[in-house]
Design a protein around this ligand. Structure first.
Ligand SMILES: Cc1ncc(COP(=O)(O)O)c(C=O)c1O
Length: 410
């Protein structure tokens, strides 16, 4: 199953293959490469949509938290959305004074609440009990919201469906009404709601359906609020024909209830700006199949492994004469990306570029078998690559508490 459609045309892909062929010698693999110009064009695209809807745009930094990427995105957004104290602190430190930080998490820690208050402007409590326990601990000037679970599912796979059965994410409309009773949200200190109930959806009709359901079920509550955050989960593709459904959803909340509307996409900013570049380390014949072992691993692309999608590879062509199973280089037998076919045979040292992998991969990557995390590069407009970060043995060992200098250098 592929949940990773891409926004590039065949011509753009061929052009990218040429750019990477030119840059291959300057990239130490494995490497994540992020195309700055593409991120900027996504920012402009998303800002245009949010300006047209007159809503406020946040970037959900959990998708990719690189410092220079945050700097690229920051001028186009009202702020960042976060899920933990560390993310909130990073967000606050990366934003100018007027930038705002939203936070929601099922795992609010009592020992972190005051630091979270210092670094956030909006907090959406995930459960009624979380709210009850912490409502008096947060700073007085914090905007307090509740995460509502709209209980409308658009995803087949419950692993990434916030509205799955027995979900831990958000409070049902019914439970919100129960908790507020006859009193207004404001009298409880609540000024907003957040919902997030989709993943990589190209279909903005789904946000309209969710908003309409909430309007039906929480009409009275919405009347007493000042803001609503519609979460992320939508790709806002450049060719999407149904942006109108999004505009309709936002306009309805603004005209009926006078709400300030926020959106907080993550993937939509960065997914298609990211590439995983690797080299073929070995070619193996296994019965009638050819296997290419790369210097990377599925652990560098954990989303593809976790959710069982086959990453797209540049120069993989339908009916290509040279088919390969492309595998990673750890001891795990299932460290396999999938089956691909090329017009030319692969050789040891051939470059393999996976694309559309900029979101949720680097942030989840790990170092099983001691393979270092991929180096990180930025790709400039003329195809030039700049090394932004590489992971050293010292750093990797320090993670486990080794005194690497003493042990390995003496
Ligand atoms: C509360 C919340 N907001 C925003 C996002 C960003 O979603 P996406 O990257 O799919 O746009 C997520 C992702 O998990 C989320 O949980």
């Amino acid at each position: 199953m592929s949940t990773n459609p891409n926004q590039a045309t065949i011509d753009e892909l061929a052009e990218l293959a040429v750019v990477f062929a030119g840059a291959a010698d300057s990239i130490a693999t494995p490497a994540f490469v992020y195309e700055d110009a593409f991120i900027k064009s996504r920012c402009q695209h998303l800002k245009k949509i949010s300006d047209q809807a007159n809503c406020k745009l946040l970037y959900s930094i959990k998708a990719l938290t690189l410092p220079w990427v945050l700097d690229l995105i920051e001028p186009y957004v009202h702020g960042f959305s976060t899920s933990s104290l560390f993310e909130a602190t990073t967000a606050k430190n990366s934003l100018p004074a007027e930038g705002i930080v939203h936070l929601t998490t099922p795992g609010l820690r009592p020992d972190q609440i005051s630091k979270i208050s210092e670094n956030c402007d909006y907090i959406s409590f995930n459960t009624v009990s979380q709210w009850m326990r912490h409502k008096d601990d947060v700073a007085k000037d914090l905007e307090i919201g509740l995460r509502v679970n709209p209980e409308v599912s658009f995803l087949d796979d419950p692993r990434y469906d916030p509205c799955r059965a027995y979900s831990k994410l958000g409070i049902s409309a019914y439970a919100i009404k129960e908790a507020l009773g006859r009193r207004s949200p404001a009298s409880h200190g609540i000024s907003g709601l957040l919902f997030h109930n989709n993943c990589n959806s190209p279909d903005l009709q789904e946000v309209l359906v969710s908003v309409q359901k909430l309007e039906r079920e929480l009409d009275q509550v919405l009347t007493g609020l000042t803001w609503i955050n519609l979460g992320g989960g939508y790709l806002f593709d450049k060719d999407s024909t149904n942006h109108d459904a999004f505009y309709e959803a936002v306009a309805s909340l603004q005209t009926k209830y006078g709400l300030d509307v926020y959106i907080e996409p993550g993937s939509a900013f960065v997914r298609d700006a990211g590439f995983l570049v690797s080299k073929v380390l070995d070619l193996i014949k296994s019965e009638d199949r050819s296997i290419a072992v790369l210097d990377t691993t599925v652990n560098h692309l954990p989303e593809s492994f976790e959710y069982e999608w086959r990453p797209d590879v540049l120069l993989d062509v339908d009916g290509g004469r040279f088919p390969y199973i492309i595998a990673g280089s750890t001891c795990l037998a299932g460290d396999v990306f999938g089956e691909y076919a090329f017009a030319e045979p692969l050789e040891i040292g051939s470059t393999i570029v996976m694309y559309g992998v900029g979101a949720y991969n680097l942030v989840k990557a790990h170092t099983f078998n001691g393979l270092p995390l991929p180096s990180i590069y930025s790709l400039g407009v003329n195809g030039e690559v700049t090394l932004m970060k590489e992971f050293t043995l010292e750093e990797q060992s320090a993670r486990w508490g080794f005194e690497v200098i003493a042990r390995f250098r003496n």
